[in-house]
Ligand binder design. Structure first.
Ligand SMILES: NC(=O)C1=CN([C@@H]2O[C@H](COP(=O)(O)OP(=O)(O)OC[C@H]3O[C@@H](n4cnc5c(N)ncnc54)[C@H](O)[C@@H]3O)[C@@H](O)[C@H]2O)[C@@H](O)CC1
Ligand SMILES: [K+]
Length: 504
């Protein structure tokens, strides 16, 4: 688990640290780390450091100051450094002086354009983006955007890629796309909400005294610790029985996929209720499949919605599931039904756990009648919907945002987009259902399910197109990866698990 802090939180902590540290010390520490990373990137891209050419794109603030100081450090390693200033009158004076002293070249962005010389940047071995950092507001100004568009070399972003909103991660197409981002003091929301723009994120410790984080990111070990394992006293009923109410005559596949991921994620019982009982039985013979929720028997959690349809029949299924009074994951058509017929909420016991797993359009359907808009601040919108409906809300996306009614929020960033494939959401529904059935904190359960979904997607894809069925097949591998990280399963290299280590 690692934390993510908002700009306001970071600034407050930085102010305290700045007051204690000698003048400019924090910036030099930050810039030194940028220079070390820049040298490593030069070596990786060109096989060497000395004699290579680095272009610094320098804005008016301290972010530009970091870049200038980094340039001064790079000069000591005989790197040719050119700083392109976007606001020559407001450029960080000590940083500029340091670069000049070190023999760096300084040019005015406007003059270069006037002389037809924006190609300066295309000749660089590396570009350091110091245009804007924590104070960024809105998209890049056109002058800076034109320079960024001309870049062809690897890019190192200072603190965050310019043009990405630090707190929401929102980015217009003109924003910098970095290969590496070197950030200082704390991860900011942009690093997880706009991960593809940041590339590899390196955190430089500034010794900040930070409050509780605004967002949290679960790691494999957290998921491995949270995932319920069967113990010696367990049987198929005691590990949490998952119920799936999904699919229809038209969409039996949704049922097969949601059931399948629950089956593959746990060793406990999975029950199915719905119109696709025959298809489910033939694909998953270990599942007890019935036609209706009433006949399904007792479960510890329901997953409902995918492929259910939005007619009266689906409405009745959702009502029956909510009447069961157990933790429930509502997805897809289930969300549309809740949006269309709010009286369905009357079937829910107050405070009984509900996890909603909308994509953007489903989110809009259920949130807009409540006056909540899914704008560029996905975290704020998710939190607000979670609070208003008293549910956990998992907003799907390249970065999935998961908020509890109390505001605690997890973010899970995907590392590829192969999961954007039909049926992928149904797989997640089954995973959330299985995680809820196993018990524990619903937010962490939803977060763990999301992590496993992403990891199973990576395993299934392996860098090539995949399918939801392949993701289901990869679920045990994802669970294993989490358990290995948590030291609860033998590693892939054959290392012993805790039990074997102790007892041979
Ligand atoms: N405060 C600290 O302790 C430290 C701060 N550091 C650096 O300081 C940065 C923050 O510095 P500043 O607060 O001076 O602000 P920035 O350098 O982020 O921004 C400076 C100015 O850029 C302009 N600007 C805003 N949005 C823009 C846009 N979209 N396009 C073009 N220009 C825009 C604004 O006039 C803004 O005031 C951090 O990101 C980090 O890089 C580091 O030196 C580490 C220590
Ligand atoms: K930057």
């Amino acid at each position: 688990m690692y934390g993510v802090w908002t700009v306001d939180q970071v600034r407050a902590a930085e102010d305290v640290a700045l007051a204690k540290a000698p003048d400019g010390a924090l910036m030099r520490r930050a810039a030194f780390a940028v220079a070390v990373r820049a040298a490593a990137m030069l070596r990786a891209a060109t096989g060497g450091v000395a004699g290579r050419h680095v272009v610094l794109l320098v804005g008016s603030g301290n972010n530009g100051g970091d870049a200038l100081w980094a340039g001064a450090f790079l000069r000591r390693r005989a790197v040719a450094v050119t700083a392109v200033l976007f606001a020559p009158d407001r450029t960080h004076p000590p940083g500029l002086a340091a670069l000049r002293r070190a023999g760096g070249r300084v040019v005015d962005a406007g003059d270069q354009v006037a002389a037809g010389r924006r190609d300066l940047v295309t000749g660089a071995d590396l570009v350091v983006d110091g245009i804007v950092g924590l104070s960024a507001r809105g998209p890049l100004r056109p002058a800076a955007a034109a320079w960024v568009a001309a870049v062809t070399s690897p890019v190192l972003a200072v603190d965050l890629p310019s043009g990405v909103d630090p707190d929401t991660g929102h980015a217009e197409p003109s924003a910098v796309r970095a290969d590496v981002t070197v950030t200082f003091g704390a991860h900011k929301p942009a690093h997880v909400l706009a991960a593809p723009r940041c590339g590899l994120v390196q955190l430089v410790d500034l010794g900040l005294d930070l409050p509780a984080p605004d967002l949290e990111v679960l790691g494999p070990a957290d998921v491995g610790r949270a995932w319920r394992l069967p113990g010696p006293a367990d049987d198929k009923f005691t590990q949490g029985v998952t119920g799936v109410a999904a699919g229809s005559a038209t969409y039996p596949g949704a049922a097969v996929l949601a059931v399948g991921s629950a089956v593959r994620a746990t060793s406990g019982m999975v029950r199915y209720a719905g119109w696709a009982a025959d298809e489910v039985r033939s694909r998953w013979p270990e599942v007890v499949a019935t036609g209706s929720v009433a006949d399904a028997g007792r479960v510890q959690a329901w997953a409902v919605g995918p492929g259910l349809g939005t007619g009266q029949a689906g409405r009745d299924v959702l009502a029956a599931v909510l009447d069961a009074g157990v933790p429930t994951c509502v997805d897809a058509d289930g969300i549309t039904l809740l949006a269309r017929y709010p009286d369905l909420w009357d079937h829910r016991e107050p405070d009984r756990t509900v996890v909603l797993t909308p994509h953007d359009r489903e989110f809009a359907r259920i949130a807009e009648p409540l006056g909540i808009e899914l704008g560029t601040d996905r975290v704020a919108a998710t939190r607000e919907l979670a609070r208003r409906l008293n549910t956990v809300v998992l907003l799907k996306g390249h970065a999935t945002v998961i908020a509890s009614p109390g505001g605690r929020t997890l973010v899970n960033a995907a590392r590829s987009a192969w999961l954007a494939t039909p049926g992928s959401g149904d797989v997640l529904t089954g995973l959330v259902g299985a995680a809820l059935a196993a018990g524990g904190d619903p937010l962490v359960a939803a977060g763990a399910a999301s992590w496993l979904h992403v990891r199973a997607g990576e395993l299934a894809a392996g860098g090539a197109p995949t399918s939801a069925s392949a993701v289901v097949a990869a679920v045990p591998g994802a669970v294993r990866a989490a358990l290995v990280s948590a030291g609860r399963a033998p590693g892939e290299t054959g290392e012993l698990c805790d039990h074997e280590r102790r007892y041979g």
